[in-house]
Design a protein around this ligand. Structure first.
Ligand code: SR1
Ligand code: MG
Length: 420
């Protein structure tokens, strides 16, 4: 008998009876629920996540609580985020299912999502930190970006179908508000959630806050994030939201999903790859592999963009259902190709800016990243962070100076070597 009481937050004890009433999940786990093992595996700021193991298989369960994990009940947060995560998986799943976890169950009353449990996958951030090689990573990420972004944009999606989705995802405003505040506003003034490596970065932070040009650049990006509904974004596409093996790449944790500027997802992803590049310099012991790892990381940055641009151009040339750039208006293929390139250049410029904004907020805001946190010495960490901030401010203030992805990786190389 299922004695599960609805509306409660599930835990190691109550999850098995709840799951046993969901036929496809129970079947995947196999055997009797009394034999299922439950383990909490979440490592993010927002949620608890459980892996459930049965004799036949495994599933992953995420139930959104009405608050933020790292802050507890003192920071209430809508549990409806689970619904938007589910809907984003469904919408992106129409276009790029191979790069997502399979959805097994969604319970909107319980704010709960069950997906396949990916194993032996590891979180990309950790894999990169340890220097693992992922030969298909850049291709897979480019495939994910094209699939999720091109195919939800007005190039591929008719307005009559897209507009209702824009309206639906605008309901995720409590989550987007977090990004609006954290990325574009609160780090540029005194705010209780901010923290940084102190006193090493104190002067740098003060300089950032006094930098009017920088704040104008960030304010313009915030307007893009607030007003542009180009495509359905993941909304928090960092290397902790990606699971990998040598042969596979899957993107998860779409709870910040919203319609927004394409460059927001692309730039966020590039930001975290670049933070990983700078963080490699953290350990002070000599490491003969370090240079190779850094070279590989910048190669991933370059290959992700190159693969994305190539995939975008290829998708643009296919028969499309979207209302943007109707072929009937363009007899001259060169004119349309020129527009395609102009469009991609605009996405790149946006990406450069959002990349800079994301790097800064991960160093002086609330949500820091594991590879920088793991650097034990405050001085060594601050050195890496200064280089990150040097690059990020340059990107924000001079986005148009970076016309190619090589310009971006060159700027990263320069920021790493420049001493100030
Ligand atoms: C309370 S949420 C803090 C941050 O963690 C998530 O990963 C998002 O990036 C968010 O900004
Ligand atoms: Mg997350």
């Amino acid at each position: 008998m299922n004695d599960f009481v609805p509306s409660e937050l599930l835990d190691e004890k109550t999850l098995p009876p709840y799951l046993s009433a969901i036929p496809n999940v129970a079947e995947r786990l196999g055997g009797h629920s009394s034999g299922w093992r439950v383990r909490e595996i979440g490592d993010g700021n927002v949620n608890y996540v459980f892996a459930v193991h049965g004799p036949a298989g495994r599933v992953c369960v995420k139930q959104a609580m009405p608050y933020v994990r790292v802050s507890g009940e003192s920071w209430p947060l809508t549990p409806r985020r689970a619904y938007y995560e589910y809907r984003a998986l469904v919408e992106h799943g129409r276009h790029v299912p191979a790069r997502l976890p399979e959805v097994l169950h969604h319970d909107s009353r319980m704010n709960l999502l069950v997906t396949e449990h990916l194993s032996p996958h590891v979180v990309l951030r950790e894999g990169l930190r340890h220097g693992n090689r992922y030969p298909h990573l850049a291709d897979h990420l480019a495939q994910y970006l094209v699939g999720s972004l091109f195919h939800t944009s007005d190039l591929a999606h008719a307005a009559i179908d897209k507009r209702p989705l824009v309206a639906l995802f605008s309901g995720n405003h409590e989550m987007t508000q977090i990004m609006e505040d954290m990325i574009f506003t609160e780090i540029y003034h005194e705010h209780g959630r901010n923290r940084w490596t102190s006193p090493q970065l104190d002067d740098t932070v003060a300089r950032l806050r006094d930098d009017v040009d920088l704040k104008v650049a960030v304010a313009r990006l915030k307007v893009r994030y607030l007003t542009c509904t180009e495509a359905l974004l993941h909304g928090d596409l960092h290397t902790g939201s990606i699971l990998v093996t040598e042969d596979d790449t899957r993107v998860f944790d779409q709870e910040f999903a919203c319609y927004g500027p394409i460059g927001f997802d692309v730039g966020t992803l590039l930001a975290h790859l670049l933070i990983g590049y700078f963080a490699q310099d953290g350990p002070t012991v000599a490491d003969p592999e370090r240079t190779d790892r850094q070279t590989r990381l910048l190669q991933v940055v370059e290959d992700v963009w190159t693969g994305f641009a190539r995939g975008w151009a290829a998708a643009w040339e296919q028969p499309r259902q979207g209302d943007a750039y109707p072929r009937v208006l363009f007899d001259d293929a060169d004119v349309l190709a020129g527009e395609r390139e102009r469009h991609l250049a605009g996405i790149f410029t946006d990406s450069v800016g959002f990349c800079g904004a994301e790097i800064i907020r991960r160093i002086i805001g609330m949500a820091h990243v594991a590879e920088l946190r793991a650097i034990e010495s405050d001085d060594a960490r601050a050195r890496c962070e200064q280089r990150c901030l040097r690059l990020a401010t340059h990107l924000l203030k001079h986005p148009h100076a970076h016309r190619t992805i090589r310009d971006l990786t060159d700027a990263a190389r320069t920021a790493r070597l420049t001493t100030s």
